[in-house]
Design a protein around this ligand. Structure first.
Ligand code: HEM
Length: 587
């Protein structure tokens, strides 16, 4: 049967397609058979006819004349997207709409669909864009009773905006100031501030699971931080716990002191070379070193990559369904280079072993009663150490020095308390009992309270729902306590914005009236908290005993504070220039 192609170009409707320059050009391009869609997103660059040159079936000719252009090419791209989105959808609830909108928007954007389909899609999109917000605001929505701003109830993009700015910690505080103890901060998210909510959400035996905000990695294997299944989590947690036993912590003490001395040498050297040193640059690096997975000069810049990883993964907390898609785009997926660096760190650790009995050594010990870590899980656990341990510790130590420098009266108090702890050579036999020094302990706790900018630890309400602070919360709702907003709540921590270690002291003893949430609560709480506290205490004690810190003239502490951004930990926009010199301990 003969086939005749006519160009449907609006300017030249009756010209045979074979004579239309556009069509000729199209036909000269390599065709992509519809039955063989490319295996990756690279197919998105396959050239296609513009809609005004779409070849159509010619009435009477009786054969399909659509070849490489129009719907076929387009369908193969779209179905590729569909397959991908569908795979995502099957991993969790609530992604179908996002997927459909994504596909529709993409298809319209490409513009190569017949007009009717195009208008139908526009109509559908329009309907979705109107119906979804109306539904989310309506009494039909299951979180209708939750107080909060309308825009937050309609879209997750509101919190995404503050995440991009790095100001969610402040925004959440402001929302609770305005709306009270419970706020609907997203279409499906409730934020609570109260000790009873903390114990329901994190502390109870049936505490809800981690939300999709924790699905932010691509490495194979199981890592403690990312494990959600409670049984697998507690098996892995038993392995990790061995690294933080009393015996293990005691064994880390000498290497820790060496790491701190190395840091002090660096601070002194930089000061004598440049007259000052930026603590924002140096302290995170020290924390990564102290996790002993890195070369001390960090040639791969792993510390900076870690911060980038944290920054981006926080944004994806609010658009999690897009995480796996966007990660396929080359520019964006670059941030995953942190994962590659984690693999390298793990490989290096496996190849070179450790210079002392470090935390990882404990994971590979085991007997018939003790589970061991399989080496294939080391890369993802290395990532967990670097993210969970190094980045958090880096920002907390930076905060600690900021509070020290801006509250010099506490330096004097601390020195007085530490008078008998160090000998004349500056050594101490009491480093493992520094927690017995009330002011030191109070200083560290106060740093963690005011300096942990965490916006929250989101969890998902299980089937059957749960009661939080007297409210029945339906299953599938994301519930969260915004850690920093809680830490600066005047009902629990009076005069909350003031840095005041005295709030942790009663009758000259260290005393906890209200627990902070700096290390989380419940079964997923920080497994490394004892190590972190040990490091902070030793670093603080040695620093005030051995060094003098003089801020750069004109240092603006408010500007520094306002330049702090919340990632999952904290990011500092302003430098913290100080002059570090030796101190004569007898002064
Ligand atoms: C000042 C320093 C630190 C802070 C503020 C901190 C904070 C936290 C918080 C809030 C959580 C709970 C996360 C959640 O509930 O979702 C957590 C979990 C965790 N942290 Fe830390 N952390 C610190 C240091 C460390 C260190 C030194 C390590 C290890 C070397 C570590 C390893 C972990 C791991 C593995 C988890 C996941 C625990 C689990 O799911 O069972 N952290 N951390």
């Amino acid at each position: 049967m003969s086939r005749r192609l006519l160009c449907l170009c609006s300017q030249r409707p009756s010209v045979p397609a074979s004579q239309c320059p556009s069509v000729i050009q199209q036909q000269q391009r390599p065709s992509v058979p519809a039955s063989q869609p490319s295996a990756s997103f690279s197919s998105l660059s396959v050239p296609a006819c513009r809609s005004d040159h779409v070849d159509r079936r010619v009435p009477g000719d009786g054969d399909v004349a659509i070849r490489e252009c129009g719907m076929w090419t387009r369908l193969s791209d779209t179905s590729l997207l569909l397959v991908h989105y569908d795979a995502l959808r099957r991993r969790g609830k609530g992604r179908l709409t996002v997927s459909f909108i994504g596909i529709s928007a993409f298809t319209i954007w490409r513009g190569d669909v017949p007009e009717t389909v195009k208008y139908l899609l526009i109509l559908f999109l329009g309907a979705v864009l109107i119906a979804v917000p109306l539904y989310r605001l309506s009494p039909l929505h299951r979180l209708h009773g939750g107080p909060g701003p309308k825009l937050n109830k309609i879209t997750e993009l509101t919190m995404l905006y503050y995440a991009v700015l790095g100001l969610r910690h402040n925004k959440l505080r402001a929302l609770h100031d305005r709306y009270g103890r419970v706020v609907r901060i997203g279409p499906n998210t409730l934020s609570f501030i109260s000790p009873t909510a903390i114990s329901s959400i994190y502390g109870s035996a049936n505490a809800p699971d981690k939300s999709t905000a924790y699905d932010m990695q691509h490495l194979k294997g199981d890592g403690l931080f990312f494990l959600k299944d409670k049984a697998s989590h507690s098996r892995r947690r038993r392995i990790w716990n061995r690294s933080f036993s009393e015996e293990a912590l005691l064994g880390y003490q000498d290497p820790l002191v060496r790491e701190i001395e190395h840091l002090f040498d660096l601070l002194l050297k930089k000061t004598s070379n440049n007259g000052k040193v930026d603590l924002v640059k140096i302290l995170p690096q020290y924390s990564y070193d102290s996790m002993s997975l890195l070369d001390s000069d960090d040639p791969a810049n792993i510390a900076a990559e870690g911060t980038k990883f944290f920054r981006l993964s926080e944004l994806f907390t609010h658009i999690q369904p897009l995480f796996h898609c966007l990660m396929l785009i080359p520019g964006i997926s670059r941030f995953m280079s942190f994962e590659k660096l984690s693999i390298l760190a793990a490989e290096r650790r496996l190849k070179n072993g450790a210079t002392f009995r470090d935390g990882i050594s404990y994971w590979f010990d085991g007997d018939e009663f003790q589970p061991k870590l399989h080496p294939r899980d080391l890369p993802i656990e290395a990532e967990t150490i670097l993210l969970g341990g190094a980045d958090t510790l880096g920002s907390t130590t930076t905060m600690m020095f900021y509070f020290l420098i801006t509250n010099p009266k506490w330096i004097t108090v601390l020195r007085e308390e530490l008078r008998d702890v160090f000998d004349e050579q500056g050594r101490s036999q009491q480093l493992n009992s520094l927690d017995q020094i009330p002011i030191l302990e109070a200083f560290v706790q106060e740093t963690l309270r005011l300096g942990t900018l965490l916006p929250g630890l989101p969890r998902v309400v299980p089937n059957g729902g749960m009661i939080i602070d007297g409210h029945h919360i339906p299953s599938g709702t994301v519930v969260n306590v915004p850690v920093w907003a809680y830490h600066v709540d005047p009902d629990y921590f009076p005069n909350p914005r003031a840095f005041d270690p005295n709030r942790w002291i009663e009758n000259e003893n260290f005393s906890i009236k209200v627990h902070s949430m700096a290390f989380g609560v419940g079964m997923y709480n920080c497994v490394g908290s004892k190590l972190a506290l040990t490091q902070l205490r030793i670093l603080l004690a040695m620093a005030v005993h051995r060094l003098e810190f003089t801020p750069e003239p004109g240092f603006d502490s408010e500007k520094f504070w306002n330049g702090m951004r919340n990632t999952r930990t904290a990011d500092f926009m302003e430098p913290l220039w100080v002059r570090v010199t030796h101190r004569n301990p007898s002064d």
